[in-house]
Design a protein around this ligand. Structure first.
Ligand code: PLP
Length: 393
């Protein structure tokens, strides 16, 4: 997709080599430091082992060479660019005033918990889910109501009957993850409509974490913005988005909330006041460069990830003791390894040289999450280790 940008100083790069090895050891990388000095391949935390789009790297290089790293500010052109991107990509008309800039989405989840309802109120989440969904309510003196997703025939689904059973009169907030980390679902229009109706019936605010929305792998699916399904949805939704997963710049902490309901937005801003720092200047520069000049790179990335997904699905599908559903979006595979260890299969794989995220951290033991956002050679080596591990049991 080409956006009206005027960003003609960045050369267009058409060939992107995602197979090119990138050495991340000794780079203070969270993902790689965990297994420093050990023969364990890190396929855990959700960042990718690819260099960011050339437009991002070039912009950051210039910024660093400029050498002055003072306070940043979100300029009007950038806001306009973000609104234009949301309109063109998601048919979502966003007023610039609805945007609230954040140094991270986890921060946004925690602010949402404090901004909605009162202490001791209930916050609903659907499990398994990205771990900060499970900790944010407690951090904010709210009670967690964790409702399992349903294991459908070949995909994970929202269990609407169970939501009705578990909802309490003091449930004020639902933390929703779409596309879903870790189960990889792209919830469709019907599912989101039904979820919004549920929240309307119970007067629940939705905090919709859509950080993975640009990483839709199934070409017959589209991301549906929760807040965009209708005015009622918009009025009760805090949307959280970022370029961080899309363009592999999560370490730079630039993200935003979109809140059209002014009362809710004011409350959100009040909770942030004096506590949440501004987005840093490198994060802003990288985000702007990505949204202006990263789209060709993203298209190429998605093709590469589709092939990695095909490899993971076919390998896992033919291994004993593990199983998974099709991954519709994200670069994460949620693998059922209960036959290996009902409690901590991650430990088993770690002992065999592959580091996954442990399912229990996501509220569902017996599973592991595999991050396939890496060079194919590394993925093949990891899958080979997995196969040897499960067949040697
Ligand atoms: C669903 C979801 N939300 C939020 C985040 C993290 O966001 P941030 O790094 O901006 O706090 C992640 C990272 O994996 C994620 O998967």
């Amino acid at each position: 997709m080409i956006l009206k940008t005027g960003w003609d100083r960045i050369p267009a790069m058409e060939n992107f080599d995602f197979d090119a090895p990138v050495d991340r050891e000794n780079t203070a990388s969270l993902k790689w430091e965990k297994y420093r000095g050990k023969d364990v391949l890190p396929l855990w935390v959700a960042d990718m082992d690819f260099r960011s789009p050339p437009a991002v790297v070039e912009t950051l290089r210039r910024k660093v060479e400029h050498g002055v790293l003072g306070y940043g500010t979100v300029v009007a052109d950038f806001v306009e660019l973000v609104c234009e991107m949301l309109s063109r990509k998601y048919s979502w008309r966003v007023d610039p005033q609805w945007l609230v800039w954040l140094p991270g989405l986890v921060c946004g989840l925690n602010i949402a918990c404090r901004a909605v309802g009162d202490e001791q109120d209930d916050v609903m989440v659907m499990v398994p889910v990205y771990p900060p969904f499970l900790t944010a309510p407690k951090n904010s003196n709210r009670e967690l109501v964790a409702v399992p997703l349903a294991a459908g025939k070949d995909r994970w689904e929202i269990d609407f009957d169970l939501l009705e059973k578990r909802v309490t009169p003091s449930t004020r907030l639902l933390l929703f993850c779409n596309p879903h980390n870790p189960v990889g679902r792209v919830f469709d229009r019907q599912e989101i409509d039904e979820l919004v109706s549920f929240c309307e019936r119970h007067d629940i605010v939705i905090c919709s974490d859509e950080i993975h929305c640009d990483l839709i792998l199934d070409t017959d699916k589209e991301h549906v913005v929760t807040a965009a399904v209708g005015p009622e949805a918009a009025d009760r939704t805090i949307t959280l988005m970022a370029p961080s997963k899309t363009f592999n710049i999560p370490g730079l902490g630039c993200s935003f909330a979109v809140i059209s309901n002014s009362r809710l937005r004011k409350k959100f801003l009040r909770v942030m006041a004096g506590i949440v720092p501004e987005v840093n200047i490198l994060g802003l520069s990288a985000a702007e460069a990505a949204y202006r000049g990263g789209w060709d790179w993203l298209a190429a990335l998605l093709d590469y990830l589709r092939e990695n997904r095909r490899l993971v699905e076919s390998e896992i599908g033919s291994m004993a003791g593990v199983a998974m559903n099709h991954v519709e979006a994200t670069y994460l595979a949620w693998i059922d390894a209960r036959d290996i260890d009902k409690v901590a299969p991650g430990r088993f794989f770690e002992n065999h040289g592959v580091g996954f995220s442990e399912g229990s951290d996501f509220g569902l033991s017996g599973y592991v999450r595999l991050n396939f956002g890496c060079q194919r050679a590394l993925l093949q080596e990891a899958l080979g280790r997995m196969r040897r591990a499960v067949s040697g049991r």
